[in-house]
Design a protein around this ligand. Sequence first.
Ligand SMILES: [Zn+2]
Length: 260
Amino acid sequence: MKKDIFICHASEDKVSVARPLASCLAQRGLTYWVDEAEISAGESITERVNEGLKVSDFVVVILSRAFMAKPWPKRELWAVLNLEAKSGKVIIIPILVGTQTEVDGIVEKLPLLNDKLFLPWNGDANRVADNIQTTVLKSQGLSHEPQVEMHTCGHCATPFQHGVHVCLGCQGTIQYGITAQERIQVKQTTAVVITILSLFIMFILPFYSELWLGFKLPSMLGIGIWSFPIVIIILLGGAFYAEARMVASKAHLIRTFRKT
Ligand SMILES: [Zn+2]
């Protein structure tokens, strides 16, 4: 299952930073990976962060003296922080832990941080969690923006938004699904076909039934006047069935009818 945040940290920062931060995030309704996100010495940071990105929307990287002292190539850490520059949205949230001197030292080793919004850690997990929550909500707000579905006019190729009823290019009428006319037509056609077929079976077929079918079919199906209500029920049922079939078959169609 995907979670909101992957808290990438050195084991030394687990108790003092990663865990308190995680519990503050949980209080704000955010889900996280923390134990799974611990980096052991010698592990590839890039690999870990990429892994985190697969299972979460954000990767919080806790940058501390302990983290920086690990034998990880600086170039790799740089690449990690640079990841989001390619994606164009905030996905990596660095947190700087330590005294001012220590923080200055980290920024010096990772000049990229100068251009980046990072969160300083002053021991107040609630404040940092608030900032992370703001970032997460902002990104969700953006990603939940309604997507406008676009179509192209079949006559003049002018693009139009879904829901528009007149093409701006050719002034044609844009129809979604079945037209009122098609609805009537299909009912009429079905009614005519069923009526002719019924009359044929009730009045004409009985004359030729012995010759064609080998048995005697009684006129009006042998039930006289009662055959008519039966035909009418079949007629109504048939017409509605045919209409429903037509509606379903044309439901996904978006057509432009040229103005006449
Ligand atoms: Zn058009």
